[in-house]
Design a protein around this ligand. Structure first.
Ligand code: C2E
Ligand code: MG
Ligand code: MG
Length: 635
């Protein structure tokens, strides 16, 4: 006799899941579709388990064909359910199993074999058979356990393989967790075959999946029916390049100000009302709330954006109201055509950048995204990808630009400048990737890589022989936000066994914005023996008296004021240089492009010169080739 005390409650619980799951809107992505199938399969397997069990218990009352049918169907669904748990793991890691045939064959073969054995069981009695004494397990019954173990092992292997992707850590825990529960289920199933325990363990696994990945609330904006930005990203990831679509996006005018006026709580409730209104009004389309007062309505390529626009404009004429909320708002509109763009990041960036523009559209008209804005956004996304790749794989290159002694005209130092490459191996200028790195935080790693590679260069080469006394490394203001910056730099120095005096740290005046923090940080780092250089003096708003507070040893004149002076000499720059010298700073002129400029800068008293006239920034080996040789030749 079978024991149904686990299977029947499991069936009831899974029905409850299914009900709740359908009650809220779900984003149609693969992972959710797999989960839905898992729910249905779980219902089917559990029901079949109970029904076939009952039939087996009362085998004399049923025709033998029916017994074979019920048991056969149970085993087939049993295998398909195990397979879907494995598919779910692949979905979590966004692995597409519909292509890459070779790899999927590896899984397909054992599955197909198991189907064949089950289906042939009425003749071969391999998995089970029914005779005059009832239902019996066949000699290959155990094979089904192997298939299940094989699939669980597959899940472990996949998640182990991707363990280093930081964003995935929580996901990986979830995947390990539900697979381990499944594994435990298979073992208990062997130990207590009469208790139909696998259904309960599958239910627990589904619960874990639900809690870790599938709760519809994960994809919904709080208390509304609009999807959130995570849903938008995942959905775009999935449809990009496969489907053409149109986006009608809008942003609430002056969102942060309006939020301040109405207060956060009221504004949040307004957003929730809006999301629910949009969900009900545009049932044909998908509605997303993309943070900071931005909504995205996504439809197919035939979406009538003009009509959507006119509905929205009309709606915004009246206030957004609930019991305790009444908001009068205006919006700016943008339409984005997915066109031929295939990267979801590019589309997301496009939405952000266009909405930034239309936030100021007073008349409520639509901005259509033209190809130029799209290309810009796509380029930014490309650069971001190259940056992330270079930083994460220690592939940031360091170029060196020589700095010359103004009096002797000989090499005295160099500036280390970061370089990365795009997909085609072409250099990307730092003017493009440094601001991105500062925004997304990669600048810390990038700066340390440049620092470490400069240290290695100093260790591997006798730079004094080349005539060099120091190498300058740029520090971004963002790097100063880390209070352990001094320790981090010091530990890199130690690793390469370099004295700190050789490295001069260049900072810009931007970094002096947060005065207290900056003074403290510079003080800390200086204590460790580093020297500081002020970069880009004269580029923006400069404040000489503030410089007194900082222990700079050298001021670098930005190329803009050097060029201005060379074009139209005046008394300001010579006096400035004079003042710096009196204050005890040496002065470097950047952007020297010809002999005349060099002479002019020597004349006004600069100590060091840097510019294309001497050399552009060049790779380290080229630098050694160029300056290592010269010194040797003259020796
Ligand atoms: P910067 O620190 O002021 O570096 C000098 C820039 O002027 C370099 O641009 C250099 O190639 C350029 N330059 C030098 N001589 C001439 C010249 O004669 N004519 C012209 N037109 N340009 C000249 P680059 O390498 O493109 O770097 C741009 C900026 O990016 C740097 O300005 C610096 O602020 C930033 N940067 C570069 N590498 C790093 C880094 O490792 N960390 C940080 N935080 N910033 C970096
Ligand atoms: Mg610099
Ligand atoms: Mg500079």
């Amino acid at each position: 006799m079978w024991n149904y005390s686990f299977a029947i409650p499991s069936l009831l619980v899974i029905l409850l899941y299914a009900l709740y799951y359908f009650y809220l809107p779900r984003i149609p992505i693969k992972m959710n579709r797999t989960f839905l199938r898992l729910l249905l399969l779980q219902c089917a397997v559990t029901s079949l388990d109970i029904v076939s069990g009952l039939a087996d218990d009362h085998y004399t009352a049923f025709p033998i064909v029916l017994l074979y049918l019920l048991n056969g169907a149970y085993f087939i669904f049993f295998i398909i359910r195990a397979l879907h748990f494995y598919f779910f793991t692949l979905n979590v890691f966004k692995i597409d199993y519909t292509d890459g045939q070779k790899r999927s064959l590896f899984v397909k073969i054992p599955i197909i074999i198991s189907f064949l054995i089950v289906l042939s069981s009425p003749i071969t009695h391999a998995i089970f058979y029914v005779d005059d004494t009832g239902y019996h397990e066949g000699p290959f019954y155990f094979y089904l356990n192997f298939v299940q173990w094989f699939l669980i092992l597959g899940s472990y292997v996949v998640s182990y393989h991707l363990r280093d992707v930081p964003k995935r850590r929580r996901d990986i825990k979830g995947v390990y967790f539900y697979n381990t529960v499944l594994l435990a289920g298979t073992v208990l199933r062997i130990l207590y075959p009469r208790h139909l325990l696998m259904d309960t363990f599958s239910l627990i696994a589904i619960t874990i999946i639900y809690l870790s990945f599938e709760n519809p609330d994960f994809y919904l904006e709080a208390r509304s029916y609009a999807f959130n930005s995570r849903a938008l990203k995942e959905y775009l990831d999935e449809i990009n390049g496969k489907k053409k679509y149109k986006i009608m996006a809008f942003i609430i005018h002056n969102y942060s100000e309006v939020r301040e006026i109405y207060g956060g709580r009221q504004m949040d409730s307004g957003i929730s009302i809006m999301g629910t209104y949009l969900y009900h009004t545009f049932k044909k389309y998908k509605v997303f709330y993309f943070r900071s007062g931005r909504f995205v309505i996504l439809g197919d390529e035939n979406m009538d954006v003009e009509k959507v626009h006119s509905i929205l404009v009309k709606r915004f004429m009246s206030p957004w109201k609930s019991n305790d909320t009444e908001l009068y708002l205006e919006a700016g509109y943008a339409v984005i055509d997915s066109g031929k763009y295939s990267s979801s990041d590019a589309v997301l960036n496009m939405i952000i950048s266009t909405l930034e523009v239309v936030e100021k559209n007073e008349d409520g008209s639509i901005n259509y995204v033209d190809s130029k804005i799209m290309e810009e956004a796509a380029k930014g996304t490309e650069i971001k990808k190259s940056l992330e790749y270079a930083v994460d794989n220690n592939k940031v290159e360091v170029f060196l630009q020589p700095v010359m002694d103004a009096l002797t005209g000989k090499l005295v130092g160099a500036e280390a400048l970061a370089r990365i490459r795009d997909n085609n191996g072409k250099l990307v200028p730092p003017g493009l990737f440094i601001p991105i790195a500062e925004k997304n935080g990669k600048i810390n790693q990038l700066g340390e890589q440049v620092f470490a590679k400069t240290c290695r260069f100093i260790k591997d080469n006798d730079i004094r022989k080349m005539g060099m006394r120091w190498i300058n490394v740029n520090l971004s203001p963002v790097q100063f936000m880390r209070s352990d910056l001094d320790q981090r730099l010091l530990s890199i120095l130690k690793k390469y066994d370099i004295p700190p005096e050789i490295i001069h740290l260049e900072v810009t005046e931007d970094a002096m914005g947060e005065e207290g923090l900056m003074e403290k940080q510079i003080g800390n780092i200086k204590e460790k023996g580093f020297s500081f250089v002020l970069d880009d003096f004269g580029k923006g708003y400069s404040n000489i008296s503030r410089l007194k507070k900082y222990p700079f040893i050298n001021i670098k004149l930005d190329l803009s004021i050097v060029w201005d002076y060379c074009k139209e000499p005046d008394v300001i720059l010579p006096n400035l240089v004079d003042t710096f010298e009196r204050m005890g700073f040496s002065v470097t002129a950047e952007g020297i492009e010809d002999e005349k400029m060099a002479e002019a800068m020597v004349d006004i008293g600069c100590d060091y010169l840097q510019g294309y006239y001497y050399s552009m920034p060049i790779p380290m080996d080229e630098f050694v080739e160029k300056y290592g040789r010269i010194e040797k030749d003259t020796e």
